[in-house]
Design a protein around this ligand. Structure first.
Ligand code: HEC
Ligand code: HEC
Length: 435
């Protein structure tokens, strides 16, 4: 080929290069504009949603009608001590705080909890739970106090029994004094013929038969004392509240509750992440209200570990809470039956198969790994999960449509979740073992 023959081809090639380059450049500029431009002002509809998430809108902790001492400071002081007391376990080494560590927002950093044995699920935070009508990932308890009784007797957790615990709180000088001041007469468990050292229903065979050998009246007395132990622990837990975060300062500024300029409080990415959270990413369908949870049960199609059976979740939890003798309708509840509407009206349809309780998003900075078995290690992975909307292994994934968020949008959403971190709003001494 001669040079003359080559020239027109070269010219065509050059033209193509220039046009291609221009198209690329335009794309880059458009992309940069999308990512970097400041967010447009909040609409009135968005402001309503932002206000609904603002911590300033959280009402005072409601009194628990099932627990007459739920707001009694003496009960909270006793519960505080019990929460950190390792004597409440079979090996004298495991307290509630062993798994619910105050320095980790009351979680333990493990996928599934481990103490005397291994628990089935991940240790959730207990901050702000006094507002939750249901406890546990599957809601198998309906009050903080009835929940507190379960780990005490769980062989994988504290592995003790109600007889031993009832005797401990009525023989320890300090507990006994507070107990009597709260609940009246101190029960006397000194007669070992009537009250064996170890007894509890459905536990080790020897503990179970010791329990079956007691009179019904004596069993009732032990149950009442045991329930009261839970009620003091619940009074302590009710003092652990979420603290105001950077998001709350921003929200207050956006909705005119403070004079601050919102633009000084959030980066562009954080503001855009919030816009996705309240809008396109549909997170607020479940993570709503000032604690970022509706305290309800949803199937989000989280996979279980290979080899683990998928979690049946709420469908089993609702059956268990109805059977639980320490529920709202039980003899040791201080509520009138008419105050137990949550329990008597709870849903129990097939949509609850594989449904778990929506967790708060206010503790994420120190509560990894996430989800009911700690299956998800990072927030980025959590967002990937919602973006993909996989089929559920059991039941039906409610978040069924892939979100189709672009990579920079997923980063913005993650940046926004980071703004919810805040110290727990409780007096410092409550986060340490009592002296
Ligand atoms: C072995 C570690 C361990 C110990 C000890 C332990 N917990 Fe837990 N806790 C867990 C795990 C795991 C869960 C979730 C279990 C589930 O949902 O099935 C949980 C759940 C809870 C919940 C419900 C949280 C929610 O979001 O509904 C509360 C409240 C709680 N624990 C308080 C306590 C108290 C009070 C004690 C002491 C009496 C205690 N825990 C002892 C591991 C532990
Ligand atoms: C259909 C209700 C629903 C929607 C929609 C939803 N979530 Fe969730 N979220 C849940 C439930 C339920 C869990 C617990 C699931 C489990 O453990 O299996 C959860 C767990 C989480 C967790 C883990 C928290 C922890 O402490 O373990 C994060 C983070 C989270 N969601 C963020 C989001 C974000 C971001 C969005 C929006 C993209 C979103 N969620 C949308 C219900 C929902």
């Amino acid at each position: 080929m001669t040079l003359q023959e080559l020239q027109p081809r070269l010219r065509r090639f050059n033209r193509a290069m220039i046009i291609g380059g221009l198209v690329l450049l335009a794309g880059l500029v458009a992309w940069l504009y999308l990512v970097l431009r400041p967010p447009s002002p909040w609409t009135d509809a968005e402001k309503v949603l932002i206000r609904s998430l603002w911590l300033g809108g959280l009402p005072p902790v409601p009194a628990d009608p099932t627990n007459a001492v739920s707001q009694d400071p003496r009960a909270a002081a006793m519960g505080h001590a019990l929460f950190f007391d390792t004597r409440l376990s079979a090996n004298n080494q495991v307290s509630c705080a062993f798994c619910h560590r105050p320095d980790r927002r009351f979680t333990d950093g493990m996928d599934k909890a481990r103490a005397l044995g291994q628990s089935r699920r991940n240790t959730p935070s207990i901050v702000g739970l006094a507002y939750s009508p249901w406890l546990y990932w599957d809601g198998r308890r309906d009050s903080l106090w009835s929940q507190a009784l379960s780990p005490l007797e769980d062989p994988q957790e504290q592995g003790s029994n109600r007889m031993r615990i009832a005797r401990l709180v009525t023989s320890d000088e300090q507990y006994a004094a507070t107990y009597a001041s709260l609940f009246g007469e101190l029960p006397d468990f000194s007669d070992t013929a009537r009250f064996p050292a170890d007894a509890g229903p459905g536990l080790k065979p020897e503990w179970d038969s010791a329990w079956q050998g007691m009179t019904e009246a004596d069993r009732d007395l032990v149950n009442r004392t045991f329930a009261n132990v839970g009620k003091t622990i619940a009074a302590y837990e009710a003092l652990l509240l979420p603290g105001s975060s950077r998001f709350d300062d921003y929200a207050a500024a956006v909705i005119g509750e403070s004079g601050a300029d919102p633009d000084n409080l959030f980066s562009n990415d954080e503001a855009k992440g919030l816009r996705l959270f309240v809008g396109k990413a549909r997170c607020m369908e479940c993570h709503n209200g000032p604690q970022f949870t509706n305290f309800e049960f949803h199937n989000t199609g989280i996979l279980s570990y290979p080899g683990d059976l998928p979690d049946r979740g709420r469908i089993d939890g609702i059956r268990e809470v109805r059977r639980n003798p320490f529920n709202c309708l039980g003899v040791n509840s201080d509520a009138e039956p008419g105050q137990c509407l949550e329990l008597t009206h709870a849903r129990d349809g097939v949509e609850l198969i594989g449904a778990l309780k929506t967790p708060s998003l206010r503790n994420l900075d120190s509560t990894a790994p996430y989800m009911h078995r700690g299956q998800v290690k990072t927030l980025a992975e959590t967002i990937e999960h919602y973006n993909d909307a996989p089929f559920a292994m059991i039941g039906h994934n409610e978040a069924e449509n892939p979100l189709r968020l672009l990579p920079f949008e997923r980063r913005q959403l993650e940046a926004f979740l980071g703004t919810l971190a805040a110290p727990i709003a409780a007096e410092e001494f409550l986060l340490l073992p009592p002296r």
